[in-house]
Design a protein. Structure first.
Length: 208
C-alpha cells in the first residue's frame, strides 16, 4: 500500500478543497490512490451538501460574463446563505465558471424540474415516434424513451451538463463540492444567455 505522505495530502487538498484530516483519511481509505480518494471526498461532499439543501440561500451574487468580443453575454444568479461566503474567492470563481458554462453549453433550464411538463411530453412523443420509425419493438420503447429523455436533460439542464472544464463531473457535482467546501447551501437560481443577432431575421433588419 502506498504511503500517505504529506505531499499526497496537500495535492488532494488543493484538488478538492477538503480539510487536511479529511484528505488524509480519504487517502488512507483509498490505499493512497488519488482518484479513489477524490471520489470518496466527493461522495462525502455530496452527502454534506444534501443535508444543507433545506437551508435558505438568499445571499449571493449576480455575475456577468462576456465572450467573443461581445458576441455572447451571460447573466447568472448564484445564491448562498451569508454575505461573507458570497464575497469569498471560491464562491466568485464558481459563479464565473457557471456563467462560462452557460455561454459555452447553451442550457435552457437550471434543473430538470424547471422543464415544463408540456416540453417533456413533446420530447417523449418525438422519441417514441422516432424509435418506432427505427423499427424498435414495442416492449422496449419505454426504456428507449427514458434513455433519450435522460440525454435531453443532460444536454439542456445546466446542473446536469458535463462541466466544460472537467467533463468527468457534472455542473451539479461542482456546485455541491463548492457547497461542501464553503459549508453553506449553494444554489443556482436563474440565468440569461444572449447571443448577438440571435432570433433576428433578415426581414427584421429591412433586408430582402
Amino acid at each position: 500500500m502506498p504511503e500517505v505522505t504529506a505531499t499526497l495530502v496537500k495535492e488532494l487538498r488543493e484538488r478538492t478543497g477538503a480539510g487536511m484530516m479529511d484528505c488524509k483519511q480519504a487517502l488512507t481509505q483509498a490505499g493512497g490512490n488519488m482518484e479513489e480518494a477524490t471520489r470518496i471526498l466527493r461522495e462525502k461532499g455530496l452527502a454534506q451538501a444534501a443535508k444543507r439543501a433545506g437551508r435558505v440561500a438568499s445571499e449571493g451574487l449576480v455575475d456577468a460574463y462576456i465572450h467573443g468580443d461581445g458576441r455572447i453575454g451571460v447573466l447568472i444568479e448564484v445564491n448562498c446563505e451569508t454575505d461573507f461566503v458570497a464575497k469569498t474567492e471560491a464562491f466568485r470563481t464558481l459563479a464565473r465558471d457557471l456563467a462560462m458554462q452557460v455561454a459555452a453549453a447553451r442550457p435552457d433550464y437550471v434543473r430538470r424540474e424547471d422543464v415544463p411538463a408540456g416540453v417533456v411530453e413533446r420530447e417523449r412523443d418525438i422519441y417514441r415516434a422516432a424509435a418506432r420509425n427505427e423499427g424498435k419493438p414495442e416492449h422496449v420503447l419505454d426504456k428507449i424513451v427514458s434513455g433519450r429523455l435522460e440525454k435531453f436533460y443532460q444536454e439542456r439542464c445546466l446542473l446536469e451538463q458535463p462541466f466544460v472544464k472537467d467533463p468527468d463531473r457534472s455542473v451539479g457535482q461542482l456546485v455541491q463540492e463548492v457547497a461542501a467546501r464553503l459549508g453553506e447551501n449553494v444554489t443556482v437560481r436563474r440565468f440569461a444567455r444572449f447571443e448577438r443577432g440571435e432570433g433576428v431575421s433578415p426581414a427584421a433588419n429591412g433586408e430582402a
